[in-house]
Write a protein that binds this ligand. Structure first.
Ligand code: ATP
Ligand code: ZN
Ligand code: MG
Length: 302
């Protein structure tokens, strides 16, 4: 049995994660949630004085905004859409018949105006664009959302529905790259406080297809994405628990985000993978929180 399955089984046995029959779709125990809540308070302690505006969106977003975002160009393999039954009584009868005989009953479902949120920051850009110009001093936002990615896996750190806490910065190039650097430093400091071994490395997004290879190389060459990695299911291939993304003026141009002087805003976002951080803590310190090192418990629960 490989390490991933072994760790997943132990998480099920301990009750921290609850099986649903679908890889990457799990319930969480109260204890698991308590660790996430405690870690989010630690994030607040580090980021709380920066004056970020907090917003919380549900795990679904406006399909029109999703289309504008270009997500289907880059990551069609990961997207999830919400479809519903929109027929009449006759259609309903054939639907039930279809289910009864075990045929595919989903093919007549129709797309709704909602798609599943792929990253916590996606609903933010059109929201901010509607407000008009951004101050020259920039703006900072604090987000958290369940996100969906169609990447079923036995690796407990690769889930299909998971939470991302994000800070998003909009402003001048200098402002947003300083923001990103300061969170790389903070990320390392925070993880050290809770006894986790970290490295930071350059990274790329999983762009689809052959054209995607070029986009990925370009992203790396330009240092646009960094990840903070922690060993969870493998020491040789540690898991990305935070990411630090600089979008240059790409999102500013796409959404019409301008600064007061008329220039296009640059943006950057910093994401915490909350389930991955909790799993890194359980993997490193053991499945029983009572037995975690006293210093770590103190940082998380005071
Ligand atoms: P990976 O390379 O591991 O797929 P990613 O580059 O797709 O990660 P991002 O798109 O930068 O990740 O998402 C921000 C953060 O969300 C990641 O750093 C990670 O902690 C978390 N995350 C991403 N995908 C998943 C997933 N499938 N399950 C749990 N957490 C995830
Ligand atoms: Zn983001
Ligand atoms: Mg990914």
């Amino acid at each position: 049995m490989d390490m991933q399955t072994n760790f997943l089984d132990r998480l099920f046995e301990s009750g921290l994660l609850i099986e649903t029959g679908v890889d990457g779709l799990y319930g969480r125990s109260g204890q698991f949630e308590d660790v996430i809540a405690a870690f989010e308070r630690l994030i607040d302690r580090f980021g709380g004085a920066d004056g970020a505006e907090a917003m919380r969106f549900p795990p679904g977003m406006n399909r029109a905004f999703f289309e504008t975002s270009g997500y289907m160009k880059s990551f069609p393999q990961l997207a999830g859409t919400v479809h519903s039954f929109c027929g009449d009584e006759l259609d309903h009868m054939s639907l039930l018949k279809c289910m009864e005989v075990g045929e595919d009953w989903t093919k007549d479902q129709e797309a709704t105006d909602i798609v599943l949120t792929p990253a916590a920051c996606y609903p933010l850009y059109p929201t901010v664009a509607r407000r008009g110009a951004l101050p020259m001093s920039g703006k900072l936002f604090d987000l958290q959302s369940y996100c969906f990615r169609h990447e079923p896996s036995k690796d407990p750190a690769r889930q299909q529905l998971f939470r991302m806490r994000e800070y998003v910065c909009m402003g001048t190039e200098r402002h947003v790259t300083d923001f990103r650097q300061s969170w790389m430093d903070r990320g390392v400091e925070m993880m050290k406080l809770v006894g986790l071994d970290v490295t930071i490395d350059i990274a790329n997004d999983p762009f689809f297809g052959r054209a995607g290879k070029m986009l990925a190389n370009n992203q790396r060459d330009q240092n646009l994405k960094f990840e903070l990695l922690i060993p969870i299911t493998s020491v040789t291939k540690p898991t990305a628990c935070m990411s630090f993304n600089y979008h240059q003026d790409a999102f500013g141009t796409k959404w019409g985000l301008n600064l007061e002087d008329g220039s296009v805003a640059h943006t950057a976002c910093v994401g915490f993978g909350l389930e991955r951080i909790a799993l890194a803590l359980f993997h490193t310190h053991g499945l029983d929180v009572k037995h975690w090192p006293e210093e770590v418990r103190k940082v998380l629960w005071g």
